[in-house]
Each structure stands twice: as C-alpha cells, then as structure tokens.
Ligand binder design. Structure first.
Ligand SMILES: [Zn+2]
Length: 254
C-alpha cells in the first residue's frame, strides 16, 4: 500500500471512530469485484449491442419491453449468481458492530443484503422483485421464469397477461419515495458519510452526500475516479476499495 494511502486510511479510521451517526453510500464500484458489470463504464463488454440509455428508459420499456429484457436478462442472471465480496461483508459487520447506521446504495444487485446488511436503502430499486404494469400485482423472487421467456420475449402477469417490469428504477422514472425520504433523513442527520465505489455522477442520488455535507457531515470518498465533491470532502482516497475498505474496517471492528 502506498504511504499516502496509508496516511489517508489512518485519518479515515480516526474520523469514523469519532462519529456517532455514520452512513455509507455505495455505487457500482463496490460490486464490480463481485463480477457485476458497471454499464456506465465503457468496454464492460456485455451489452455492446445495446445503449442502456435507449433501452432502459420508461418510455422505451413501454414501447419495446423485449429490447429492455434483452439488455437486462444477463444482468439479472449475473446478480442472482453473484456473491458479496469483502467490501460488502465488512460493511455488514460494521453495521452489526454499531459503527455505521445504514447503507444507501445505487446498486440493484442485492449484494449488501446477501452480505448480511440489515438497513439497506435501495435508491434505484432492485432486480429481485417485479410488478405488473397493468394490474399492479407484485411478484417476489423467481418472477422471471425462464420457461416463460422461451415462449415470449418478456414475462407476463399470470393474472391479467400484462407486462411485468422488474422493480428497478428506469431512466425518466422517479426514485422510490420512501427510500428517497429515508436516505435524505439519514444523510442530513449523519455526522459522517462514507462514499464507496460511486463516481457520484447520477442525479438525484448524487445530491445526497452533498446535502449531508451542507448539514455538517464529514465526507470521506473512496473511489477510483474523481468526483465533483472531491474538493469539499475531508478525505479522498483514490485507491481500489477492495483493498482500502476492508483495511479501514479491520481497524475499527472489535
Ligand atoms: Zn397483471
């Protein structure tokens, strides 16, 4: 580990130790080590034939659900098979030890819950459940029945035949109100926000750490790329989170 990173980690540990209401904000970077591709980063390979901004909007979904499913099916399959990595697992232990209050995530892969985190706020929904767009019937896990997809290019409601939409938030869609309010409260009341693996590019989720900062929280950012809040953060660690985050947590856990 670089000497500079070592010093930053040491400072981060001290800040987290001194905090009473710490929350963690995670993005795609925490799940890429678990094999979940970040479709915003170029050359992720999986979806070269699709532009996510074209297929994954609400209007595109309504007009061409088959294109949307062509795009998201590999991601759902990967997310179902994926295992949480050390970063997810350490955050769950940090919550259990009372060091952090909650994880606010932009990810839809469910890996924080698989790792054992209890208080997880999913700003962009999840790929585990689905809802019928016609009658509103809710479908729990295993809603994406492969048998069905052999007959049709998208899954249909067993009650009314309507198109099922996974409970992920598409472009043009509002964030889920309850999750948004809860995340806002947590950030505004936090005395420390730790951003992990998010480049803070996606609005409005990216406004949460800024709001916390405006309410007096200390801000620590651990991500590979620059973010628009780097100049306001107390500590910025531009290093691989799969090395730095477990190191920070190990020093904090009893
Ligand atoms: Zn229905």
């Amino acid at each position: 580990m670089l000497k500079r990173d070592e010093e930053l980690i040491h400072s981060a540990v001290e800040k987290i130790q001194a905090s009473k209401r710490a929350v963690v904000f995670t993005g795609a970077g925490i799940s890429t080590p678990s094999g979940i591709p970040d479709f915003r980063s170029p050359h992720s390979g999986l979806w070269e034939q699709y532009d996510p901004f074209e297929v994954a909007s609400l209007s595109a979904f309504r007009h061409h659900p088959e294109k949307f499913y062509g795009w998201i099916r590999p991601l759902i399959a990967i997310a179902r098979a994926a295992k949480p990595n050390q970063a997810h697992l350490y955050l769950a232990r940090m919550e259990a030890a009372g060091i952090i209050q909650a994880v606010i995530t932009q990810n839809i892969d469910g890996l924080h819950q698989k790792a054992g985190s209890k208080e997880v706020i999913e700003l962009h929904g999840n790929a585990k459940t689905a809802t019928c767009l016609a009658c509103g019937k809710h479908y729990e896990d295993n809603w994406l029945i492969e048998e069905q997809l052999e007959k049709s290019h998208y899954p249909r409601c067993s009650d009314c035949g309507g198109v099922l939409k996974p409970d992920v938030i598409l472009f043009e869609e509002q964030l889920p109100l309850k999750a948004w309010m809860r995340a806002h409260d947590l950030c505004d009341q936090a005395d420390l926000i730790l951003v992990v693996g998010s480049s803070l590019e996606v609005y409005p989720a990216n406004s949460l750490p800024e709001s916390g900062l405006a309410h007096g929280a200390c801000l620590i950012i651990n991500t590979m790329t620059d973010t628009h809040l780097d100049h306001l953060a107390d500590i910025v660690i531009h290093a691989d989170l799969i090395e730095t985050l477990p190191e920070i947590c190990r020093r904090l856990l009893p």
